[in-house]
Design a protein around this ligand. Structure first.
Ligand code: HEM
Ligand code: HEM
Length: 229
């Protein structure tokens, strides 16, 4: 066996920052007095997700979406045991896309939330309180759907490790995977500093947009004149 580079540092950092953030969001979401912190961490996740989406187009070899997009042909080949590749396998790729999509949806709903007490999501002014309350209801429900997918994700990784004898965790930590000596998979080609700076800049812009500071203050509500009588 030999080891080859598969996950670059930005992809690994993205993953582990996402794990810590999601754990913190589930904890703060359930606490009584941590909603402001919950909102801040949620906005940070917007930056992480936008970074990852861009990295899926301009990142290193195996971080690119086209590299692991689960086409029916790839899934079929995998199920027949004929898939020989590096990076996310076609079934793993399905779960990667599902996790990214659900996390984005959950975060998006949070941005427009209103807890009916004092906390307004940073973009809730765009939709008004009634819709914001409805979206918060969906946010509360979707949290459990996301949790179920995360559970499946972790159980699959344990399954691969102990049943398939395939360690997916170590490459997500060290960046390197073990492949047979004669394997044809090439090591990941780094994306380069300009691509990294571009992805970071767009992520920072998205973070700023998600903070909602650009939304104009509503005009002060008309003061009721006290009738003379
Ligand atoms: C992936 C990102 C997020 C996750 C996993 C998440 C998770 C949760 C969870 C587990 C709850 C508690 C649900 C319940 O009561 O059973 C919650 C509630 C809530 N979250 Fe999030 N959240 C995320 C992002 C956000 C963002 C970005 C905001 C706003 C900036 C936000 C605002 C809220 C609000 C307002 C509530 C309702 C609090 C209440 O009425 O009790 N969340 N979230
Ligand atoms: C302790 C818990 C977790 C462990 C041990 C873990 C482990 C892993 C591993 C080993 C991979 C690589 C899978 C492969 O090679 O195909 C991966 C990928 C991924 N995981 Fe997790 N994970 C955990 C929690 C989470 C959570 C909470 C999320 C958030 C929703 C998440 C989202 C993802 C995503 C989006 C990828 C694809 C990474 C990329 O291509 O950027 N994971 N995870």
């Amino acid at each position: 066996m030999q080891t080859v580079k598969v996950w670059d540092l930005p992809t690994r950092l993205f993953h582990w920052l996402l794990v810590v953030s999601i754990a913190a969001l589930f904890i703060t979401g359930k606490m009584d007095d941590a909603i402001a912190l919950h909102g801040k961490i949620g906005v940070f996740v917007v930056g992480l997700l936008v970074f990852r989406v861009l990295w899926g187009f301009i990142g290193s070899t195996y971080a690119r979406f086209l590299q692991f997009f689960p086409t029916p042909a790839r899934i079929l080949a995998y199920l027949k045991g004929e898939w020989r590749g590096l990076g996310h396998n076609p079934l793993g790729a399905l779960s990667v896309f599902a996790l990214l999509f659900l996390t984005a949806l959950q975060t998006g709903l949070g941005l427009f939330s209103f807890d009916e007490i004092s906390f307004h999501g940073p973009l809730s002014a765009l939709v008004g309180d009634d819709l914001a309350v409805r979206l918060t209801g969906w946010h509360q429900t979707l949290a459990y759907v996301l949790l179920a997918f995360i559970g499946l994700h972790v159980v699959s990784i344990v399954f691969y490790k102990f049943v398939q004898k395939h360690d997916l965790l170590r490459p997500m930590i060290t960046g390197r995977a073990e492949v047979p000596e004669n394997a044809s998979s090439l090591p990941a080609k780094d994306a380069g500093i300009p691509a990294l700076l571009l992805a970071l800049a767009v992520a920072a812009l998205a973070l700023w947009a998600a903070c909602g500071t650009w939304i104009p203050e509503p005009p002060p509500s008309a003061v009721m004149e006290t009738p003379a009588w």
